[in-house]
Design a binder for this molecule. Structure first.
Ligand SMILES: NC(=O)c1ccc[n+]([C@@H]2O[C@H](COP(=O)([O-])OP(=O)(O)OC[C@H]3O[C@@H](n4cnc5c(N)ncnc54)[C@H](OP(=O)(O)O)[C@@H]3O)[C@@H](O)[C@H]2O)c1
Length: 274
């Protein structure tokens, strides 16, 4: 009998890649997001039972973040419904260095469903398809990150690790802490973006209050508070050291940020980051 996979957050940066990789390997994948059929909405648990029906293995991304208020309640409920639905394996995407995310990891790891955690550093793709993707066009990369170093992970590497954990045995109960191979300051990232974009991109370190106000004006108070608290938590140097998580799972080195940004620029019609 074939194994049925589902991906929660299948239109997102990692979920899309996980679903594509699974399908390329010939697996049946139910892509789940708010607009899919069946749909999956973290705000509407009444839809979770049909979404999980008949699924054997599940990739989970939680939005807005596992450290957000209420995430622990949602993850507890998901674990219970997944168990009742007969799900036999969960791979959870988590964030490195976040206490709130750690609580959710522990909930799933203690559940009846064998779980693997993929605990990731900041995504390289935040600069190409995420919240900082306009830095190359505006010329400004503004964050409350001081001169902290971050080992940005290529989400294609992350997705490959997740797929390995979903499809191969021996990953249950493990935490794969995945990062890129080198730690860079955001000023160094701005320099790479400048080279790749062919125009100057400047890193502007912000204060936390200034950052909060800027996000609140665009995304509202709740998002601003969550993002500011996350930045306060993880930009203290705790995540600066790279890990060998990608190499241990995939048997090859993790990709460098420069390579990810260069390829993304080459893939856009104008030859520049979006
Ligand atoms: N960015 C980073 O550097 C970083 C680092 C480590 C960990 N993470 C974690 O990565 C996770 C996000 O994963 P991602 O980057 O792959 O996704 P993403 O690109 O942020 O996309 C979000 C996905 O979730 C779906 N979604 C949005 N609201 C939803 C809701 N209410 N219910 C159900 N689905 C919803 C979206 O689809 P629709 O809009 O179509 O519904 C989309 O598929 C977060 O938990 C974040 O903490 C991020």
């Amino acid at each position: 009998m074939s194994t049925n996979f589902a991906v929660i957050g299948a239109t997102g940066k990692t979920g899309r890649r996980v679903a594509e990789r699974l399908e390329a390997e010939g697996h049946a994948v139910r892509r789940l997001a708010r607009g899919t059929s069946p749909s999956f909405d973290w705000e509407h648990p009444e839809g979770w039972v049909p979404a999980l029906h008949g699924i054997d293995r599940l990739y989970v991304t939680y939005v807005p973040d596992l450290a957000a208020p209420g995430a622990d309640v949602a993850i507890t409920r998901l674990a219970q419904l997944a168990d009742e639905a007969g799900v036999q394996r969960i791979v959870l995407l988590s964030g490195r260095g976040e206490d709130g995310a750690r609580r959710c990891e522990d909930i799933l790891s203690a559940s009846n469903v064998p779980t693997t955690v993929v605990r990731a550093s900041w995504f390289a793709q935040n600069f190409t398809e995420g919240m900082l993707s306009d830095a190359a066009s505006t010329g400004v990369l503004a964050l409350p990150a001081g001169d902290v170093r971050e080992p940005f992970i290529d989400v294609d590497d992350l997705a490959a690790v997740a797929v390995e954990a979903l499809t191969s045995d021996g990953h249950a109960g493990l935490v794969h802490e995945v990062t890129g191979p080198e730690s860079l300051t955001f000023a160094e990232v701005a320099a790479i973006l400048s080279e790749v974009a062919g125009r100057e991109v400047v890193y502007v370190p912000m204060g936390f209050e200034e950052f909060h106000a800027a996000v609140a004006s665009e995304e509202g108070e709740a998002v601003a508070t969550l993002l500011t608290e996350l930045c306060r938590e993880v930009f203290d140097g705790r995540n600066a050291a790279p890990t060998d998580g990608v190499a241990r799972v995939l048997g090859r080195p993790a990709r460098r940020l420069r390579s990810v940004l260069t390829d993304a620029a080459a893939a856009t019609p104008a030859g520049r980051p979006a």
